[in-house]
Design a protein around this ligand. Structure first.
Ligand code: FAD
Length: 506
């Protein structure tokens, strides 16, 4: 079990350096975790002259990132966007993110993330991450083939399309023989990054699990306590520790406390995301933020959702179905207790099948009930009598003239639904991961509850709260993990060495 060993919560209390007898071989910068944030931090720390040691609890690199579909959220006019014929600017990207990432999203992070996104694309390609200049224009969770660009945040749908010029920003590394849900573009992000890490002479200790931090009497972090093959070791960090061990998706206690809507719905992470990096920093006074926020997927075919309507357990329509499917998932998880159905007709099913990703590992959705009689469907699904009929009547009335004044689905997807109707059961078909974590500045410095940086401690990736505070777009995690991971690594390489005067540590 990830968060608990033998039923006991793992100790996260910092160890005082004064109590330590012997130290294992250390490094200038110690990076915890060899996923996307850790790899990016290690590369930049090494490039900036630091001696870097990565500590990874599993037996290989990759983390959740290597399992990911591979969307990396970038824009502002990347070469890939241009090659696919799309115009974008950092200002448009910033405006979209500001509207879409949720109230209270970190303004400084949003600003620099948008401003330097093209440079970040160039950095990834300089590390060898491949992209094919092809745009995937059909509804779905991911491109069906090795297309490199897709809308991944609802930029081209209500309400965002009315606020800012739409541009697709979901960049997907090229992956041959891809199988959606099993083998995706995330691997082709991580393999080149892992090769870059190796080429820079970074040392890596696998099967080494970070347990807690070591602190000097003045609070400065000076090392880490790890376990490896049952042995406890203390490793010195001469300049900084970068925590990049993922979030708390698979810490049931933390999920129940902070994001109860995800209880029993954890997904899109590995069980190494057990919250230990967050807890260890918290035990040293670190602040956390946006702990309630989550990404959420709804496990069905977006190509079917877009052609039907999505209703909740009371038969009420939920959202414009042409938006980012993760936004539909967030809406269902956060406001409808994950109780939902798709209502579709035969034409919708046939058109969705034609759009279907042939490489998908998932079976096409099947209706739970089919009937000409809406009352029969309501009874079968436990929807209050007349509620679904009223929803359908309203939708169809406006759809006759191609309009959706209630939720503003784009005209191209609006037409009246005709009997027989299929009701597809989405109750409980959601899962996701928390977006909250350590509060950091744009260079990964971990801030304490007094808003001061904890000396010698930086963090990146899902260990931190990034750009999303309730909203999300596919690709944000890999993008911010690599973007802010790089910045944390670079800053860590320049952190003052242990023994420097206290004033220089501020
Ligand atoms: C199937 C799937 C599809 C996804 N698709 C996308 C997508 O298309 N786009 C997107 O942006 N995101 C996607 N995600 C989410 C994304 O992969 C993660 O949010 C992202 O990888 C987080 O980056 P990270 O560096 O924080 O964590 P990771 O990439 O998981 O790396 C963390 C590393 O730290 C190690 N670690 C953890 N604890 C310790 C410890 N105590 N000691 C030492 N090492 C430790 C882990 O083993 C792991 O290697 C997907 C995830 C999954 C599983």
């Amino acid at each position: 079990m990830s968060a608990r060993d033998g039923g006991r919560p793992r100790n996260a209390k910092p160890m005082s350096s004064g109590t330590i007898g012997s130290w294992a071989d250390g490094a200038d910068v110690i990076v915890i975790g060899f996923g996307v944030a850790g790899a990016s931090a290690a590369v930049e720390a090494a490039v900036h002259g630091a001696d870097v040691l990565m500590l990874e609890r599993t037996s290989g690199w990759g983390g959740a990132a290597a399992l990911a579909g591979g969307f990396i959220y970038m824009g502002g006019g990347t070469p890939l966007q241009k090659a696919c014929g799309f115009e974008d600017t950092p200002e448009d990207m910033h405006a979209f993110l500001t509207a879409a990432m949720g109230a209270g999203a970190d303004a400084a992070k949003l600003a620099i993330f948008a401003e330097r996104s093209v440079e970040h694309f160039d950095w990834l390609t300089s590390c060898g991450v491949p992209f094919r200049a092809a745009f995937y224009d059909r509804p779905g969770w991911e491109p069906s083939g090795d297309e490199g660009l897709m809308y991944s945040g609802g930029e081209n749908a209500y309400p965002f399309a009315e606020l800012v010029r739409p541009a697709p920003r979901g960049h997907v590394p090229q992956m041959r023989n891809k199988r959606t849900g099993e083998r995706g573009g995330g691997y082709m992000l991580m393999e080149p990054l892992a090769e870059t890490v190796a080429s820079l002479g970074v040392r890596i200790d696998y099967d080494t699990r970070f347990e807690r931090l070591v602190a000097e009497s003045d609070g400065r972090v000076s090392g880490v306590v790890v376990t490896s093959y049952g042995e406890e070791l203390v490793v010195r960090a001469r300049r900084s520790v970068v925590l990049a061990g993922g979030g708390f998706t698979f810490n049931p206690d933390m999920v129940a406390r902070h994001v109860p809507v995800l209880t029993t719905r954890a997904g899109s992470a590995t069980d190494a995301h057990d919250g230990q990096c967050i807890r260890a920093a918290q035990a040293l006074g670190a602040d956390v933020t946006h702990m309630h926020a989550c990404e959420a997927a709804v496990h069905t075919d977006p190509a079917l959702m877009i052609r039907g309507i999505v209703v909740d357990g009371r038969g009420t329509r939920v959202i414009n179905e042409d938006t980012y499917p993760g936004r539909i998932g967030q809406e269902l998880v956060s406001h409808h207790s994950s109780q939902a159905f798709i209502v579709a007709d035969e034409q919708a099913v046939d058109e969705a099948a034609a759009d279907r990703n042939p490489s998908s590992a998932f079976a096409p959705p099947q209706p739970a009930w089919v009937s000409d009689d809406v009352a029969e469907l309501e009874e079968a699904a436990g929807i209050p009598a007349g509620a679904l009929a009223a929803t359908l009547e309203l939708y169809n009335r406006h759809a006759e003239r191609g309009a959706d004044p209630v939720h503003h689905k784009a005209t191209q997807w609006v037409r009246p639904l005709r009997a027989p109707y299929g009701l597809f059961d989405l109750r409980g078909a959601t899962s996701g991961f928390p977006l909250g974590g350590l509060r950091t500045d744009i260079d990964g410095a971990v801030l304490d509850v007094n808003n001061e940086a904890i000396p010698g401690l930086r963090a990146a990736g899902r260990t931190t709260s990034g750009i999303a505070a309730g909203g999300y777009a596919s690709g944000c995690s890999l993008a911010e993990g690599s973007f802010f991971g790089r910045r944390a690594g670079r800053a860590a390489a320049h952190d003052p060495p242990l023994g420097a005067s206290r004033s220089s540590l501020g």
